[in-house]
Design a protein around this ligand. Structure first.
Ligand code: ADQ
Length: 517
């Protein structure tokens, strides 16, 4: 059977579509472009390649029909309410997320969540296989879609498959806890090229393949032993932001005026500190508040001279760990203000909202000290956005060494957020360092982001995908659009027990309970 359906040379698959659904009071549906960095990056890439984007619309239920938006073909994937619970909130955000972030909170393991993860990954792969032109480039995003590369390869061995991990990839000792570890690795090994935020993440992945699957590895390459002779490359290509676009916004007179207005409305403090995070336990908000509270108690600083604005975007509110974090943060803020605030001058301004880009840019310009203190973070775009908005060379960035961003922005005021004394010192240094020195640091940080923007990231990623070690097989459908048979199980989790290579210590158990548990 041949089909005349239009197919695409570039297919991006991500958990979410790059648009948000808006319904007006008359029930009319409108799709609005979501402002994320990935969308901006892809916009420039897709302008030169006709592209499709496969993703979930964000609502439970049947997938809306595919549609075109701003030159992109959007292919929604439907998730039932149970799949939102089991695939998204469950396996993605309550199993994988904690394991991939150093188990800051314990991970939950449920076999029915895994079953939903397999099912949804397969559904994404089927949609990708239908949208991809012969020999297309397929770019799969993030931890929610780790099985999709192998599923896509089974359906379409003719396409080039890349995957990018936006979050850290854990050390093998943590990854090995996952009952489905072998199936996850084999899912990823369906790709030709795997991109990570840091070289350490790529190394963790390669080491997991060696120790848990017994595969041979050399440097950044993993050699498969499935008879294909394929090699998969894993390396770091750190993500960035749209520097030029954001800087232009931050230069706008209305944004500058708003920054002044924000400071005025806070009583023109001498030092305005700022935290901006999704309300997530990885972001180190509790540690930041503790350090700040101690600085106030020890009278190093105090309102009205110094104040802290903490913006905490609502996130994953149906997952228990997020609900209890929110309660704890809100209680802590209440206590600090109750004990250390003054009339008209609270010590902490806590805002649990999302804001438009203009308001974020104004906040960044208003802040003297930006506190980015995650316990673990794949990259952290807020750090890069802050320095981009400081075209005046004002401000100081306190940055955790456990963020991907620190590997690029290490001239910042570095902190280890677990070390509360050290964090307090970094905050005081950010306040007290002479302006000249802070300007010099800010100039260096800005130069780094300007030279390594998100457009460069996307170009580098696709060039690496094109140069991946192996040449794809011919299109099994002979270039036609025949529907492909649905695949019934997770990528086979057959584990080859093999000798370790490169002298890496003992394997962390070279067996697996395999897929389907
Ligand atoms: P996130 O964990 O979501 O991303 P981050 O990189 O900081 O973290 O990006 C958050 C984005 O949301 C930023 O662009 C920020 O400006 C925006 N934002 C935050 N609070 C907001 C608010 N109240 N209103 C409006 N916008 C707000 C994951 C990984 C990161 C990795 C990114 C990209 O966890 O480590 O950097 O993907 O790869």
């Amino acid at each position: 059977m041949t089909s005349t359906r239009k197919t695409f040379d570039l297919v991006v698959a991500a958990n979410r579509l790059p648009v948000d659904k808006q319904v007006d009071e008359h029930g009319n549906v409108e799709w609005r472009r979501s402002p994320g960095g990935l969308v901006t990056a892809m916009e420039s890439v897709m302008r030169s390649n006709p592209g499709a984007w496969v993703g979930w619309s964000g609502d439970a239920g049947e997938a809306p029909a595919p549609f075109d938006e701003d030159g992109m073909h959007l292919r929604p994937v439907g998730l039932s309410a149970e799949e939102v619970r089991d695939f998204y909130e469950g396996f993605s955000n309550d199993t994988l997320w904690p394991i991939y972030h150093d188990v800051i909170v314990p991970a939950s393991f449920h076999r029915e969540w895994w079953a939903a993860y397999v099912r949804v990954n397969r559904r994404f792969a089927e949609a990708v296989a239908e949208e991809a032109a012969p020999g297309a480039r397929v770019w799969i995003q993030d931890y929610q879609l780790q099985l999709a590369p192998a599923f896509v390869r089974e359906l379409r061995p003719d396409v080039r498959i890349g995957w990018f991990n936006h979050i850290p990839f854990p050390p093998v000792e943590l990854f090995a806890q996952l009952p489905w570890r072998a199936a996850l690795l084999e899912g990823l090994l369906g790709a030709d090229f795997l991109g990570f935020q840091r070289q350490a993440d790529a190394r963790n992945f390669v080491r997991a393949c060696r120790q848990l699957l017994g595969l041979r590895t050399k440097g950044e390459r993993v050699a498969l032993e499935d008879g294909s002779g394929r090699r998969v490359r894993a390396t770091a290509i750190p993500i960035s932001i749209d520097y030029r676009g954001l800087e232009e916004l931050a230069q706008r007179p209305d944004v500058r005026a708003r920054a002044k207005e924000i400071r005025e409305s806070l009583g023109n403090p001498k030092v305005l500190m700022l935290g901006v995070d999704r309300l997530d336990y990885t972001k180190g908000i509790r540690h930041r508040l503790k350090a700040y509270e101690e600085l106030l108690l020890e009278r190093h600083i105090g309102p009205p001279d110094v104040t802290l604005v903490q913006v905490a975007t609502p996130s994953r509110e149906r997952v228990e760990a997020y609900r209890s974090l929110r309660e704890e943060i809100e209680q802590t803020v209440g206590r600090i203000n109750g004990e250390l605030g003054k009339i008209g001058a609270p010590a902490v301004h806590y805002l649990h909202h999302s804001y438009p880009r203009e308001e974020m840019a104004a906040l960044f310009q208003a802040a003297d000290v930006m506190l980015v203190t995650p316990l673990r973070d794949g990259m952290n775009l807020v750090a890069k956005e802050y320095v981009t908005c400081r075209h005046d060379l004002g401000g100081a960035l306190v940055l955790s060494e456990f963020t991907g961003a620190w590997h690029e922005l290490h001239q910042a005021f570095t902190c280890n957020p677990h070390d509360i004394e050290g964090l307090k010192q970094a905050m005081l240094r950010a306040i007290n360092t002479p302006t000249r020195d802070k300007e010099r640091i800010m100039r260096a940080l800005r130069r780094r982001v300007a030279d390594h923007d998100v457009q460069r990231w996307a170009r580098r990623y696709l060039a690496a995908l094109d140069a991946a070690p192996d040449v794809p097989a011919p299109d099994p459908r002979g270039g036609g659009g025949a529907p492909v048979a649905p695949h019934e199980s997770a990528p086979s989790a057959t584990v080859r027990e093999g000798p370790l290579t490169e002298g890496d210590g003992d394997p962390v158990g070279a067996t697996s309970r395999g897929a389907g548990e």
